[in-house]
Design a binder for this molecule. Structure first.
Ligand SMILES: [Zn+2]
Length: 225
C-alpha cells in the first residue's frame, strides 16, 4: 500500500514556500500526498496595506493560485476555511484538524514548526501546535516533519532532516510564480530560496554546496517504524 503523506499548513502559499520540492520527491517515490490548507489566505494583504488599502483578497483566487502551482502533480487538496490570521490553538482548531487526519490516516505528517518565540505567523504556530496535539491519537502516524519557519535563526528551529530538492528547484520557483496575489514579497524570490537551499547543503557537506545542491529542511519531531 502507498505511504500516505498529510501536509497540514495554514495558508495557500505555505506548501510552495516550505516543502514543494519534498512533495515532488515524495510523489516520485510513489507516496500519496494530501495537502490540507487551513485557511484561504484572504488576509494576505500586507503589500496592499502599504498602499493604504485594507481589503480582503478573494479566497477563490488564492486557492486557485495554489491549485495552479501544483497543476500536473497527482496531489489532492482539502480546504478547511478557517479565518486567515485569526486561528487560535484550542479545541476548535484541534477538532477541525483531527477530524481530517482521522479520515486520512496518514503515515507521515508535514506541518508548521510551532515556534514558541512567536517570531513566525500566529496561524502557523497555531496549526503546528494543533497538529502535534492530535497526532498522538492518530495511530497511523509514524513520522512528523516540522517545516522551516523561514525566519529560521530567530525562531529556535533546529533542523535535523534534510531533503535534496535540486532536481525540483526550478519547478518550485515556477510554483512560487503562481502566487501573483502575493507578488513583491521577498520570500517568494529565487535568491531567498537559493540562499536557504545552499545554506542547508553547506551544513551537510561543502561539496554539496559547491555543486549547487539545494535542500529543504525540517525538524523531525517523531519517527518510528
Ligand atoms: Zn502562511
Amino acid at each position: 500500500m502507498k505511504e500516505k503523506v498529510a501536509i497540514v499548513l495554514a495558508h495557500p502559499d505555505d506548501a510552495e514556500l516550505r516543502c514543494y520540492g519534498t512533495i515532488c520527491k515524495y510523489l516520485d517515490e510513489g507516496k500519496e500526498c494530501i495537502l490540507l490548507i487551513a485557511s484561504s489566505g484572504e488576509h494576505g494583504i500586507s503589500i496592499r496595506e502599504e498602499q493604504g488599502k485594507n481589503v480582503l483578497l478573494d479566497k477563490k483566487l488564492r486557492e486557485e493560485e495554489t491549485l495552479l502551482a501544483f497543476a500536473g502533480l497527482s496531489i489532492s487538496f482539502r480546504f478547511l476555511h478557517q479565518k486567515d490570521g485569526y486561528m487560535e490553538y484550542g479545541r476548535d482548531l484541534i477538532h477541525a484538524i483531527e477530524s481530517e487526519l482521522i479520515e486520512m490516516q496518514p503515515d507521515i505528517i508535514i506541518t508548521h514548526y510551532p515556534d514558541s518565540y512567536g517570531v513566525d505567523h500566529q496561524d502557523h504556530t497555531s496549526i503546528g501546535k494543533a497538529v502535534l496535539n492530535c497526532s498522538s491519537r492518530i495511530n497511523s502516524v509514524k513520522k512528523i516533519l516540522l517545516c522551516d519557519p523561514l525566519k529560521t535563526v530567530r525562531s529556535g528551529f533546529m533542523p535535523n532532516y534534510f531533503v535534496d530538492i535540486t532536481d525540483y528547484f526550478d519547478k518550485k520557483m515556477m510554483a512560487l510564480e503562481c502566487q501573483k496575489s502575493q507578488g513583491g514579497r521577498f520570500y517568494l524570490e529565487e535568491n531567498f530560496h537559493k540562499t536557504k537551499g545552499l545554506f542547508y547543503a553547506a551544513n551537510l557537506s561543502y561539496e554539496l554546496a559547491r555543486s549547487e545542491h539545494f535542500f529543504e529542511a525540517y525538524e523531525m519531531y517523531i519517527c518510528y517504524e
